[in-house]
Design a protein around this ligand. Structure first.
Ligand SMILES: *[C@@H]1O[C@H](CO)[C@@H](O)[C@H](O)[C@H]1NC(C)=O
Length: 283
């Protein structure tokens, strides 16, 4: 699908803005969302009956059934992208969002009833100190990937590069996601569709949610942890994520190697992105 060839920055090399190190991140979302008024999974036709004893297969069948019912409700991502003429924008230099732009998007999300998520006690969402400011700035890349984010200072290996979940938006249905996209300008809508990804929840009910980060870190591009990912100039290596052997907050990211001021932040999102999951949302 189209999304698989667009970078977070809006270039045309890799996958859309998704971050593999968050593969485990959303394991708890469903539990929480079930108790959140906005996301009461009612929109999905009731809570999944997948129990911990149900097989994955049973669960995916049920998911398919849910997808079936929402598929008929509205346009797919592909159709929305056509409506918004997203293709035409790919060749242009894409907008670098200001703080105000991001705040407006987050406000819109909240105005539509969106909330953050809470997790069961004992789960570490973030150990970012209050007021932590990620040492990053967004700008156009020099290598044709489009936009990217870059280190604003030297960062030693193991230091936090991003923390917290406050700027994330979560959608439990295709309808909720369409409603949000529907309130955006064409270029914002194209961006949000490019940045968002469906994430399997490994929690009790095997729920999948659409996730999109509404701050500059959404522009973080992909590189393999091992470097040399197909065709990327210079064989760049992922330099952020959760360092091996370290316990990371689910929404936190760290420098995997020493990062110099001006280096592009790159994360490895090879593992997780499964475009088929969009179908569960009728998207
Ligand atoms: C950042 O690191 C580089 C290379 O290690 C060094 O040359 C430079 O002086 C450092 N800058 C600061 C502000 O510490």
């Amino acid at each position: 699908m189209g999304h698989s060839v667009v970078t977070a920055g809006g270039g045309t090399v890799f996958m859309s803005a998704t971050m593999s190190r968050r593969t485990a991140v959303l394991s708890w979302l469903l539990l929480v969302l079930l108790s959140s008024p906005h996301f009461a999974v009612a929109e999905n036709g009731g809570s999944s009956s997948c129990s911990s004893s149900a097989s994955d297969q049973e669960c995916s069948r049920e998911s398919d059934a849910i997808g079936e019912s929402s598929r008929s409700r509205g346009p797919t991502l592909r159709q929305l992208e056509r409506q918004r003429r997203c293709d035409a924008q790919e060749d242009e230099e894409r907008h670098i969002y200001t703080q105000e732009d991001w705040e407006r998007l987050r406000r819109l999300y909240r105005d539509q009833g969106g909330t953050t998520v809470e997790y069961p006690e004992g789960e570490v969402m973030s150990v970012a100190p209050p007021g932590f400011v990620p040492p990053m700035v967004a700008r156009q890349t020099a290598d044709g990937k489009g936009r990217g984010i870059f280190a604003t200072r030297n960062i030693t290996k193991g230091s936090m590069t991003y923390g917290g979940k406050d700027n994330y938006a979560f959608f439990s249905t295709g309808e909720a996601f369409r409603r949000f996209v529907g309130a955006l300008s064409d270029s914002e809508a194209c961006d949000v569709m490019m940045w968002a990804w469906p994430q399997v929840n490994m929690g009790r009910d095997f729920e999948t949610l659409i996730v999109v980060l509404l701050d500059s870190n959404s522009l973080q591009n992909h590189a393999s942890k091992n470097g040399g990912h197909g065709g990327l100039k210079g064989g760049q290596v992922a330099n952020t994520g959760c360092p091996r052997g370290m316990e990371c907050g689910m929404f936190d990211e760290y420098a995997l190697i020493d990062i110099r001021e001006g280096d592009e932040f790159l994360c490895d999102y090879d593992d997780f992105f499964d475009a088929d999951l969009w179908e569960e949302f009728g998207l």
